[in-house]
Design a protein around this ligand. Structure first.
Ligand code: GDP
Ligand code: MN
Length: 379
């Protein structure tokens, strides 16, 4: 789950990370009033669930309430990479001497929580990781003892931060690590973490991504959710108890089981196709769930073909087949589809489908090959 910068900043502030709290505004009037209240130079920042706001004109310095109002007018309503700005954060402006990057995430290759830091702060860290990976320093935290203070200091020194500022930097790295763990985050980052002209450390831009699997442990996070920022189809899927993740390809997938869904996407790629989504209808694969799944997939205009891959275990293939027919009747997909049905009562299941004029295949590679060809013909 993504949250806004101002919400992430509130969390980080609780762990002692120095930052300038701001005022969230939804209109130019509010921006002007906030700038007046704060006084001096302020920064006006669009609150959207995407980075690179600066480059897109979504971050502006203003030297007076009037300028702040103008900045608010230009940023509110702005489209940043498909996200419409509905709120801005107005915060005291900072005199920046240097910008650093500091982030905490889970590094699967290192099998641990990893703290990353770079002196190339402020800019897109994915870009840095891609073009100059040597500019990113890493420390892997111990799985039970956590991040050691010496590791945090080592990060500071390897970035070339002077002795007098290194402890301040290390303290923030430890605080960010604590916040990451306590928040059940999958990412916590400060970009930029700045050294101000008067030599104070300050977090200028905060980002936290919360691990969806931990939401049940944090009922208070529900209030942080911004439905405007979430994919409408993913929302509908969540309401229906279907796991759905939108992807970039053109082959829709309806599968029961997360593992089989992953394998199905691999099989599609193996035959030169690209999945349009990950979709797990869950164990039951009832007619209603399959119908919802089909509707979700067909709402994506780029879908050219659908692969329905159901393995009957406790759910019997004949029940699934009846459910599929019901779902097809309800949704009437206009794109070609391929059904692979295997497992308990597969013969009976396939018979029900073939009586209705639908051929189901047994093997997954065969189904993947067929659906890729169907999508290529349709494209
Ligand atoms: P992002 O582009 O979405 O990552 O938004 P940021 O909040 O990180 O802002 C982008 C850039 O704007 C920062 O890297 C800074 O260089 C600059 N910036 C942001 N806030 C201030 C500020 O208070 N004072 C100054 N001088 N620059 C700022
Ligand atoms: Mn930033």
């Amino acid at each position: 789950m993504n949250i806004h910068e101002y919400q992430a900043a509130e969390i980080l502030a609780r762990y002692g990370i120095p930052l300038n709290p701001g005022i969230v505004c939804a209109s130019p009037d509010e921006v002007e009033a906030a700038a007046h209240q704060i006084g001096g130079t302020v920064v006006v920042k669009g609150q959207v669930h995407t980075g690179g706001r600066g480059k897109a004109g979504g971050v502006k310095l203003a030297h007076s309430p009037d300028e702040a109002r103008q900045a608010g007018e230009s940023i509110l309503g702005l489209d940043i990479r498909g996200h419409t700005v509905r709120k801005v954060l107005v915060a005291p402006g900072t005199n920046i001497e240097r910008e650093y990057y500091l982030g905490v995430t889970i590094d699967r290759a290192a099998r641990g929580v990893t703290v990353m830091a770079s002196a190339a702060g402020g800019i897109d860290i994915e870009e840095v990781a891609h073009t100059t990976p040597e500019k990113i320093q890493r420390e892997v935290a111990h799985p039970t003892l956590g991040l050691h203070p010496y590791q945090a200091r080592r990060l500071a020194y390897t970035l070339g931060i002077e002795r007098e500022f290194a402890n301040g930097f290390a303290k923030i790295a430890l605080q960010l690590y604590q916040a990451f763990i306590a928040a059940d985050a999958s990412l916590a980052e400060i970009n930029p973490l700045v050294l101000t002209k008067d030599h104070q450390w300050q977090a200028i831009d905060s980002k936290i991504v919360i691990d969806d699997n931990a939401l049940s442990r944090h009922p208070d996070y529900e209030a942080l959710r911004d439905l405007n920022e979430e994919n409408a189809i993913e929302l509908e899927a969540r309401a229906a108890g279907v796991s759905f993740v939108k992807l970039d390809g053109n082959i829709g997938c309806v599968v029961n089981g997360a593992g089989l869904s992953m394998a199905t996407m691999d099989a599609i790629k193996r035959y030169g196709g690209e999945p349009a989504n990950f979709l797990d209808v869950g164990g039951g694969a009832s007619a209603a769930q399959v119908a919802t799944a089909l509707r979700l997939i067909l709402a994506e205009p780029q879908v050219r073909a659908i692969l329905i891959n159901i393995f009957g275990g406790i759910t019997r293939c004949d029940d699934v087949a009846r459910g599929l027919l019901e779902a097809m009747e309800a949704v009437k997909p206009k794109v070609p589809f391929v059904i692979r049905l295997a497992g308990t009562n597969q013969e009976a299941g396939r018979q029900i489908l073939s009586d209705a004029g639908i051929t189901a295949v047994e093997s997954m590679p065969e189904a993947a090959e067929q659906v890729v060809k169907a999508a290529q013909r349709a494209a």
